[in-house]
Design a protein around this ligand. Structure first.
Ligand code: ACO
Length: 431
């Protein structure tokens, strides 16, 4: 944000207060209410933060009405088509596209941190085999602070950098281990001769008993899924990471908090919930019944993969994801996939329905990602862990940005208290 160029006036009980208006480089102006309570003695009320900017950021910009998503100014469509995940990681973390040598150096640093401490294998073994991989990931990532205490001091920029690289490098290993553990197969160590996405596929799908060749088209699709989920400004999990970090908590604890928040079906858990919904619908003829349920005020059912807090137009990530779904299913020779047919018809019928048009509900990124992931061989329980590992770079970039923001302070919202006012304690025999 630039300095306040004009002010807005707020009048309360006949008294006026000047509020600075901050001008962003893109997006709506922002009223600076930081001094409001000190000057006027009132709080603002904004559950769900629908009108509140919680920080000053230069990483990601979304115009939800136009369906625009930019990382450091670059449109997501261009990045998904021309770039690749580790280059986007560099862009998010450091602000510019890397030169060839900077990219090589970055890829080398990430690749050489992919293994996890051998003792962590025992930690995994403490979980039940049927644990949801997200439960395992929340625990294991939080426990990284016990294994990597030499990069947990948030006041040391060098340790912050090491922790960042470690998490980008190790999250795929941890997600793959959570998967292997859940199906009773041996952990597969990372391979440094493979690119980031191929290495992840290899850790998930290879077994010691035979050779596994990563298909380059699947690897490209995997990389695209990572890229499309890399960052999304101040969403619930990112805000959770920022809030956790505002107390000075170590980086691994903060990312574990982000993973926990992402798990919910209204956020990252939507990809699993969406595929389960498509399977429950099952056949095209049942779509109207589910659309009717989604519109019924007395039914809590919602069309998963539809709607977004910020996008009131097409989610630009969904457009790329839909294309990828076609490519992957075509490659695997399953273009007649009944779930894809249900998805395409559901999208069509919902978009034609005035309820969804009026409420500006469009497919979001998760509407098609589950179809691709399932076609690749992932069980639904792995969809959200894959989202989590992709989003790690976004969380870390936003977490790092906080340390260079002079306005940064501990997060501490206020409240509209509507409980009892002070009253005297009554002894139990007199109640
Ligand atoms: N199906 C049916 N109706 C919906 C849906 C949906 N998927 N989403 C919103 N609505 C309706 C609500 O009932 C509400 O109607 P009302 O005004 O008559 O009460 C209106 O649209 C606004 O909905 P809110 O819940 O107030 O919107 P909010 O911005 O808080 O919620 C959210 C956004 C959580 C994403 C919501 O659209 C939803 O639950 N979608 C399904 C879950 C999903 O796909 N989540 C993934 C989000 S993307 C991501 O995290 C990667």
């Amino acid at each position: 944000m630039t300095d306040a160029s004009n002010t807005a006036q707020l009048t309360i009980n006949g008294k006026s207060y000047d509020l600075p208006v901050l001008s962003p480089t893109a997006g709506p102006d922002v009223l600076d209410i930081r001094k409001l309570y000190a000057q006027a003695g009132v709080f603002t009320y904004d559950p769900g933060y629908t009108s509140t900017a919680s920080c000053d950021s230069t990483i990601t910009f979304i115009d939800g009405d136009e369906g625009v998503l930019l990382h450091r100014g670059y449109p997501i469509g261009q990045l998904a088509e021309k770039s690749h995940y580790l280059e986007v990681c560099y862009l998010l973390l450091y602000g510019e596209l890397p030169t060839a040598s900077a990219l090589e150096d970055f890829e080398d640093r990430v690749t050489r941190h992919t293994m996890v401490h051998e003792q962590m294998h025992n930690f995994f073994r403490g979980f039940r085999r049927d644990a949801h991989p997200m439960a395992t990931m929340v625990g294991v990532v939080g426990a990284m602070s016990a294994f990597y205490a030499d990069s947990a001091d948030v006041n040391d920029p060098w340790q912050r950098e090491v922790a960042s690289i470690r998490m980008i490098a190790k999250l795929p290993t941890i997600a793959a281990m959570a998967y292997k553990y859940s199906i009773g197969q041996p952990f597969v160590y990372p391979r440094n001769d493979l690119d980031y996405a191929s290495n992840f596929l290899n850790m998930c799908f290879s077994v010691p008993a035979e050779n596994y060749q990563v298909d380059p088209i699947l690897s490209r699709a995997m990389d695209r899924i990572f890229t499309l989920h890399a960052d999304h400004e101040q969403n619930a999990s990112t805000s959770t990471v920022r809030l956790a970090s505002s107390s000075g908590a170590n980086p691994f604890a903060c990312i574990a908090a982000g993973i926990a928040c992402l798990w919910g079906p209204a956020h990252g858990g939507a990809n699993q919930a969406c595929l389960e919904m498509l399977k429950e619908i099952g056949t095209v003829d049942r779509i109207p019944e589910f659309i009717a349920r989604a519109k019924d005020k007395d039914d809590p059912f919602r069309l998963m993969g539809f709607g977004h807090r910020v996008y009131k137009n097409f989610d630009p990530r969904a457009t790329v994801m839909k294309q990828s779904a076609d490519e992957v299913l075509d490659l695997l020779g399953i273009e007649d996939n009944p779930i894809l047919q249900v998805a395409k018809e559901l999208e069509k019928q919902a978009l034609d329905d005035p309820y969804f048009a009026e409420k500006k509900l469009f497919p979001n990124v998760d509407f098609y990602s589950g179809i691709i992931l399932e076609a690749m061989g992932f069980p639904t329980s792995m969809f959200t862990p894959i989202f989590a590992l992709s989003r790690t770079v976004g969380w870390i970039s936003q977490w790092k940005e906080q340390f260079s923001d002079p306005a940064h302070k501990i997060g501490r919202p206020r409240q509209l208290y509507r409980g009892e006012t002070q009253r005297d304690y009554v002894d139990v025999e007199n109640r």
